[in-house]
Design a protein around this ligand. Sequence first.
Ligand SMILES: O=C(CO)[C@@H](O)[C@H](O)COP(=O)(O)O
Length: 358
Amino acid sequence: MGTADLQITPSILNADPGALGAEVARIPSADLVHVDVMDNHFVPNLTFGPAMVESLARSASQPLDCHLMIEDPDRWAPAYVEAGGTSITFHVEAAAAPVRLAREIRAAGGRAGMALRPATPVEPYADLLGELDLLLVMTVEPGFGGQKFLDLCLPKVRRARQLADERGVELRLQVDGGVSLETIGRCAEAGADTFVAGSAVYGADDPDAMYAVVERERRYRVARVPDGVVEVRTITDAYVVGTRLRLREVRHADGHVERKLGHKVRLGDGPAEVACTNLYLDDVEWHLLADLPARRLRKTRHLVRRDGLLVAVDEHEDGTLVAEIDDGETASSYVPDWLEVLEDVSDDEAWTGAGLAR
Ligand SMILES: O=C(CO)[C@@H](O)[C@H](O)COP(=O)(O)O
């Protein structure tokens, strides 16, 4: 994979069209917002134009990833950069001069993306990849959300990644259509690093929960592991260099092993409040990611349940003990006496997992 930074980009095609500002506000943890622009000619559906993009750009805190499913993108694409789109993706099947268009988008200050319908091969465009910031491989026929993922597009994703790597081109490889918890692993394994998801996000009861749970963690250096240990686990964390990604392997006392990829986004200035997203990985996915350059941390976690409180006490290799209390959605400052606190290190970067990793 060309980059270790995986992004999930919700498509607002499946959101309530009458309340788009509010719908975008429901997904504050998303890295980007995917805006499907359809003209009822290139695809049989009609959605947004530059005025809507301009209005969204004013209200959304995330960059807008505009996917133009329109005829004559050579004429219209620059207007979407002007409207505030961050990346502008045109369909190669509709573009008269894709190289010129990609250069125009970049010259206007946008990131240039090119999309391929399921039946469009990538090979004819191999030499053009260096002109792009993003290549979008459609995994459904464009036009509508909620369609079934086309597995037959995966070999193209793999070839696209290979062609870019052979040419030393760093681009985002995006997949769009039918991307869900069930299909995303296969896309990542094929080399995609950016995942557009419409119904999988807006079909959920809490769209942002598809991304993240808010962790409000207090951390304390403590004198000893208190009574009340209900479980002991061994945790190995790998903080992927230059990203907000953490690979975690948890070995439970009964022998079972859990592996996950976490993405932690700070909600405030310090480490105390983060939006945390986890994807559980199978063996293939784990081994694919396990060799990424990372700083590592190994610890034994003692889970203590006492007086209705669950506290994780981490024992580090040098014997220091750090207790974590997760307050979830409700901030609190209660510290039980039995924790025998030596020091509150909640705001100290050096005592975060990333700070301790070597
Ligand atoms: O571009 C398109 C459809 O043409 C997509 O962005 C869809 O909006 C994705 O929706 P799901 O397939 O994830 O429901």
